[in-house]
Design a protein around this ligand. Structure first.
Ligand SMILES: NC(=O)c1ccc[n+]([C@@H]2O[C@H](COP(=O)([O-])OP(=O)(O)OC[C@H]3O[C@@H](n4cnc5c(N)ncnc54)[C@H](OP(=O)(O)O)[C@@H]3O)[C@@H](O)[C@H]2O)c1
Length: 237
């Protein structure tokens, strides 16, 4: 099989957070097939390292766990929430707003990724290229919002993008070769998209992950703090 991602040295450490998800699992499979990575799977219930993104203690412990075996060259955060079994569904209108549901969206889609940045960017090397990608969503784009609705999900992804952009400015001072990027994976067949994907063209998780690895392969420090789609195009904020 030809390599999709050859811009990392052999033996690089790749951490996939949310490895139990559809897209996260596809990243793990593709990265393992590359043979150049030491792949670490993180998820709250399965995976090699346990990580609950709603709990900073768990994030800190997961970071300590990988720290022992060297620096993190590539981290891909695939955790995200759109609906859950407790009745959280994306809001259609203002009447459906709930403080609890909004807080839940922000806890998983914004605060969790912010805390990943806090605990994992110190593990990224200062003297060679490294990449931190967090999956976002095009619906988090303010410019691109024409349909409305989905208040909590949209706003939590927009705030996610701001946190990542902010961190890219700070990290450039200490890690000039690091790249931080928010990436929209496309509409991908997964439990997250299943109730809403009808009528939309979809990709398999494997296709989406493969295309995103192609984007990651071409990222360099001048791209840090950007918002890309799976096809490498830039998404307006
Ligand atoms: N699929 C799409 O069409 C689409 C479109 C745009 C953006 N995205 C974004 O892409 C990312 C991946 O989505 P997906 O489609 O692969 O969804 P998915 O299959 O539902 O995966 C979601 C992942 O998030 C994890 N997660 C949720 N809450 C967590 C918590 N508290 N701690 C740790 N992990 C937690 C889930 O873990 P468990 O297995 O433990 O529940 C699962 O691994 C998300 O950020 C999503 O917003 C997806």
């Amino acid at each position: 099989m030809s390599s999709i991602i050859d811009s990392f040295e052999a033996g690089s450490k790749a951490v996939v957070v949310g490895a139990s998800g559809a897209i996260g699992g596809a990243f793990v499979e593709l990265l393992r097939a590359e043979n150049r990575f030491d792949v670490v799977e993180m998820s709250r219930l399965s995976g090699q390292v346990s990580l609950d993104i709603s709990d900073e203690t768990s994030i800190e412990a997961a970071a300590k766990d990988v720290q022992g075996s060297g620096q993190v060259d590539l981290l891909i955060n695939c955790v995200g929430l759109l609906h859950d079994k407790a009745g959280l569904v994306p809001e259609k209108n203002l009447k459906q707003l709930s403080a609890d549901f909004l807080a839940t969206y922000f806890r998983i889609n914004t605060i969790g990724p912010a805390l990943l940045l806090k605990h994992f960017t110190p593990l990224m090397p200062r003297d060679r290229r490294s990449v931190f990608v967090s999956l976002s969503a095009r619906v988090g784009s303010l410019d691109d919002n024409r349909l409305g609705g989905w208040y909590g999900y949209r706003a939590s992804k927009a705030a996610h993008n701001m946190i990542l952009r902010n961190a890219s400015i700070e990290l450039a001072r200490t890690h000039p070769l690091a790249v931080l990027a928010a990436i929209h994976p496309g509409t991908v067949e997964s439990p997250l998209s299943a109730p809403y994907a009808k009528g939309h063209p979809t990709m398999s998780p494997s296709e989406a992950a493969g295309r995103i690895l192609g984007v990651i392969n071409d990222l360099s420090p001048e791209h840090s703090g950007s918002f890309f789609a799976y096809d490498g195009s830039t998404i307006p904020w």
